[in-house]
Design a protein around this ligand. Structure first.
Ligand SMILES: Nc1ncnc2c1ncn2[C@@H]1O[C@H](COP(=O)(O)OP(=O)(O)OP(=O)(O)O)[C@@H](O)[C@H]1O
Ligand SMILES: [Mg+2]
Length: 255
């Protein structure tokens, strides 16, 4: 049995700055099932981050709505966690303190905070670095701290905005494999924005391809193949080629 967890209905976002209006998103509707890993791929500046910020409740839609388990989510909540491209960590704090931060703000008692943080730091493989300060870590390790920090609140939904965009190609591939391993142990729903078609095919249950701004859904690509997926596989490369062609038609190259 599948269960619709996130229901996005006719979402539209118009930014108004001074006298200028920018339509970032229009006519955007999508149902997402619990436990799905959805990637959003589309041209630069088309409105991908806007979609995540709307789901996170960080900004309000001009019209339309996002329902999570049937409830409107117009404000940020602990049921949704966000992982940012630029990590958004406290560099001078330890790994432990960074992961504990949200729990601290939520007033979780110290002993429970420690225990929960340790569990997720272990899950992302950073237990040996728990007391290291974040500025001492590599990019891939910092990103794992960001993932642990999102997971520790045990959100139903994790929103990831190009989380591996700042990493070199090799680290990026390792992080993708690690993310899938982490997800095997949780039942979280992931909405993941990426510029990389390769990453999208490697990770997704479904890829949502967007048009250029204002973002609308161009196509939804189902990927039923078992994981781990082989990037050299003929089916993989053929699908990659087809999606890249569609993105090119929207005037972009893979970033
Ligand atoms: N706060 C804002 N005020 C005004 N315009 C904005 C604001 N935030 C985003 N925009 C505009 O809305 C459009 C969509 O922006 P968004 O950041 O959602 O795109 P994106 O697909 O995430 O881009 P990128 O691929 O570069 O990350 C862009 O034209 C952007 O300039
Ligand atoms: Mg963006």
């Amino acid at each position: 049995m599948t269960e619709t967890q996130i229901s996005i209905r006719n979402l539209k976002k118009v930014y108004k700055r001074d006298k200028k209006e920018t339509i970032a998103l229009e006519d955007f509707s999508l149902d997402i099932e619990r436990g799905e890993l959805i990637t959003i791929v589309g041209p630069s500046g088309c409105g991908k981050t806007t979609i995540l910020r709307l789901i996170a409740g960080l900004i309000t839609p001009t019209s339309g709505e996002v329902l999570i388990s049937g409830r409107p989510c117009s404000l940020p909540g602990a049921d949704r966690g966000m992982v940012f491209q630029d990590f958004a960590l406290f560099p001078w704090r330890s790994v432990r303190k960074n992961v504990e931060y949200g729990l601290e703000v939520a007033g979780v008692p110290k002993a429970e905070r420690r225990e929960r943080a340790e569990k997720y730091i272990k899950l992302v493989g950073l237990d040996k670095f728990i007391d290291s300060r974040v500025y001492e870590l590599s990019g891939g390790m910092k990103q794992r701290v960001g993932i642990a920090r999102a997971l520790v609140n045990n959100p139903d939904v994790i929103l990831m905005d190009e989380p591996f965009g700042a990493l070199d190609a090799q680290t990026r591939n390792i992080m993708q494999v690690q993310l899938l391993k982490i997800l095997e142990k949780t039942d979280q729903t992931i909405i993941f924005v990426t510029h990389s078609v390769d990453e999208a095919i490697f990770l997704s249950d479904r890829i949502v391809l967007l048009t250029k701004r204002p973002a609308r859904i161009k196509e939804i690509v189902d990927i039923p193949w078992p994981r781990p997926r082989d990037r050299a596989d003929l089916e993989f490369t053929a699908l990659r080629k087809r999606i890249l062609k569609e993105l090119e038609d929207e005037n972009v190259m893979e970033g």
